[in-house]
Design a protein around this ligand. Structure first.
Ligand SMILES: Nc1ncnc2c1ncn2[C@@H]1O[C@H](COP(=O)(O)OP(=O)(O)OP(=O)(O)O)[C@@H](O)[C@H]1O
Ligand SMILES: [Mg+2]
Length: 307
């Protein structure tokens, strides 16, 4: 066990150095996941730091980050390994040109050569079980809800024993299992059997104070008053009836837009001009623009005013 992640506090401090603001509950499951060698399953709202924590852990520990981006139709050739067919064909043609007879010992030697690691294309799951000089890598299985159930079942197996069998080469087993983080936006429910293998945590939108900490970490150039107004406004938006609520990523983007425009404090006009950084659906934008933006702004000003 790495001393740098020997306690929950240590995990929080280490992630803070990567400008990742980690609440106590998330730090606890992260610590336990690494300590017990169990995959961490993070489900939650979009743009709330699920993917980012994997990057932060890898950077904090100096480990390699291996990312498997999931999508519908993802198969083992893209997730585990495939043979480099084009290179194999070239090798066969070259052998033929050099007088290869295609029989006996010659044939076996060529076959062994063609199915050696030289012609193997390693995809994320295989890469993640290979030993790395820096130590076990961080394997990020991102947006698992986008794959289909057969792949999920396959993953269940792969995560339970961290080994891959390649018929031509044999079984490759991880000497030290990787740190595994799975994320989901819950566009569909992931199977219980897979969840059972993991430690689960729901990543919600952060509280005002935590989001302010995140903004200070990610957009330190923004003055405190402006940052407070930004966070308060975004938090107000999240309780409106919107089709797509802004995540933390949008808060940071919006702050950067406002900084680029040298905005010192919010006004209905500034909000109207930059709302596209926060809301990405025309219906939502129409709801918030104009008098509604002014009303929300008045509300947050009243709340933020010193008592
Ligand atoms: N706790 C946090 N600390 C620091 N930055 C954060 C935090 N949460 C979110 N962010 C910022 O928000 C951005 C988006 O986060 P991330 O991509 O991890 O979201 P996500 O939960 O994976 O979203 P999606 O579900 O859309 O993939 C990050 O690049 C980071 O800048
Ligand atoms: Mg993500």
């Amino acid at each position: 066990m790495d001393d740098r992640i020997g306690s929950i506090d240590a995990v929080q401090a280490l992630l803070a150095k990567q400008d990742y603001v980690c609440g106590r509950a998330l730090a606890t499951v992260t610590f336990l996941s690494i300590r017990l060698g169990k995959p961490l399953f993070l489900e939650g709202e979009p743009g709330t730091g699920k993917t980012e924590i994997a990057k932060a852990i890898a950077a904090a520990l100096g480990r390699r980050l291996i990312r498997l981006q999931c999508y519908e139709g993802l198969d083992s050739a893209s997730a585990v390994y495939e043979w480099n067919f084009a290179e194999q064909m070239i090798a066969i043609r070259t052998a033929e040109a050099m007088g290869f007879e295609g029989a006996g010992a010659d044939r076996q030697a060529l076959k062994d050569e063609l199915f050696s690691t030289e012609y193997l294309i390693e995809r994320p799951l295989l890469q993640a079980i290979r030993p790395q000089v820096e130590g076990p890598p961080v394997l990020l299985i991102d947006e698992i809800d986008r794959t289909d159930e057969p792949f999920e079942a396959f993953l269940l197996e792969a995560l339970s024993d961290f080994q891959v069998t390649i018929p031509e080469l044999g079984t490759i087993r991880a000497e030290h299992p990787p740190i595994v983080i799975l994320t989901s936006n819950r566009t569909r429910e992931v199977h219980d059997a897979l969840k059972r293998r993991c430690l689960y945590h729901w990543v919600d939108y952060p509280s005002f104070d935590r989001e302010l900490d995140i903004l200070h970490a990610r957009a330190p150039e923004a003055a405190d008053t402006l940052s407070r107004e930004i966070v308060a406004f975004v938090q107000k938006l999240r309780v409106q009836d919107l089709f797509k609520k802004p995540g933390v990523a949008e808060t940071i983007d919006w702050a950067k837009c406002l900084l680029a425009l040298d905005v010192i404090d919010l006004s209905p006009q500034v909000i109207a001009d930059t709302i596209g950084a926060l809301l990405k659906y025309q219906d939502d934008i129409q709801r918030i623009e104009g008098s509604e933006a002014k009303r929300l702004l008045d509300e947050i000003r009243a709340e933020l005013a010193p008592a």
